[in-house]
Ligand binder design. Structure first.
Ligand code: HEC
Ligand code: HEC
Length: 304
């Protein structure tokens, strides 16, 4: 906050507090010329008379007390402009302290899993349950609450892995993230017809019915340009995150337009690194959860 706005806020707060005192002072006492108790101007029901009686002193003092409380509060806590308060309290500090406290409570819970291999954690119902809650909080917005993914966001419940499906592969994916990089090949392939042919050949790789003449014309182009990453038979390369194009599992889609779009614009799916966000302990648990989706199901009834 710049000095100007700080002073602006402090002035507003001060004017408000002074305004409160002035208001209480002038409304809390009787003024000359106020009607006296017996000098009534209005009478109802023969006995009810109207006149101005000041509020009781204890009541008025309560209002003064709140104003002084506010002054004390603004001295101790941040509130008056950029002044940080003498108490040293801040919402960020409070948040950090709460987080540290929370971490301290769950640390023993995680400690028991620290040296257990992920494949074993995936069989431990308690670990999988914890991993599931990590997933719900950190992964489901991209991969879906059922982990089935969406266009551009992989389905984690099938056995088609672009980056490998061993426990270590999954943990590496979670900790470090992954950056897929398929550049645009529009210029390399040439014209729209050639791109359509290449896309038709890609379709034929997974048994989709494509025009045989188009696919046959596309094959040499695929062999020349695409096999470098997708492999000579199109089965992909997990080191590059290049998908298997023969398995019928599609990250972006199997229709000819979507495949052409990928060739023309390239693809750059990115899984953000999560070690800085969730740390290693939670990453191992969530990796175990992901691994459990396609491998060992946890024993029913829980185990400790
Ligand atoms: C901001 C969105 C986003 C979040 C959050 C996210 N992911 Fe991902 N994740 C992706 C994308 C996009 C990819 C695909 C990258 C690519 O194109 O290869 C991916 C890929 C993966 C893969 C690799 C799949 C494969 O086929 O090899 C795994 C495993 C994975 N994510 C697990 C997780 C877990 C566990 C979490 C939570 C800790 C998580 N992701 C959070 C977007 C996200
Ligand atoms: C430099 C390596 C590289 C080359 C060369 C390459 N690709 Fe890719 N391709 C990838 C990567 C990596 C991905 C994954 C992109 C992502 O996850 O965002 C991908 C994704 C795809 C997809 C999407 C698959 C799906 O599941 O939706 C198709 C289709 C595809 N490539 C076709 C081709 C064709 C056709 C060519 C040749 C013209 C080609 N690729 C050349 C690396 C490459």
């Amino acid at each position: 906050m710049s000095a100007f706005w700080s002073i602006y806020v402090i002035a507003l707060v001060a004017i408000n507090l002074i305004g409160c005192i002035v208001l209480i002072y002038f409304t809390g006492r009787s003024r000359p010329g106020d009607p006296k108790a017996d000098d009534t101007s209005h009478i109802w029901d023969e006995t009810l008379t109207e006149y101005n009686k000041p509020m009781p002193a204890w009541w008025v003092n309560l209002f003064y007390a709140t104003v002084f409380f506010a002054v004390g509060y603004l001295i101790y806590y941040p509130g008056a402009g950029a002044f940080k308060g003498v108490g040293g309290w801040s919402s960020a500090g409070q948040h950090d302290a709460d987080m540290a406290e929370q971490e301290k409570q769950v640390a023993p819970l995680f400690a028991q899993f620290a040296n257990v291999p992920i494949a074993d954690l995936a069989k431990n119902a308690k670990a999988v349950e914890l991993g599931h809650s990590v997933f719900a909080n950190n992964c489901s917005m991209c991969h879906g609450s059922d982990a089935k993914g969406n266009k551009g966001f992989p389905n984690l419940t099938d056995t088609a892995w672009n980056w490998g499906g061993t426990p270590d592969d999954i943990l590496t994916t979670v900790l470090n993230g992954r950056q897929a990089a398929m550049p645009s090949f529009a210029a390399v392939i040439g014209n729209d017809q050639a791109i359509t042919e290449t896309a038709a050949y890609v379709q034929s790789l997974s048994g989709i019915k494509a025009d045989p003449a188009l696919a046959a014309a596309g094959k040499p182009r695929f062999d020349m340009v695409c096999t470098a990453c997708h492999g000579p038979t199109g089965t992909g390369n997990p080191l590059l995150g290049a998908p298997n194009l023969t398995d019928g599992d599609w990250l972006y889609g199997s229709d000819i337009e979507t495949i052409k779009e990928g060739i023309i614009k390239g693809r750059a799916g990115m899984m953000p690194p999560h070690e800085p966000i969730i740390g290693k302990d939670r990453a191992r648990l969530v990796a175990a959860y992901v691994y459990s989706l396609t491998n060992a199901q946890p024993a029913a009834g829980g185990s400790d």
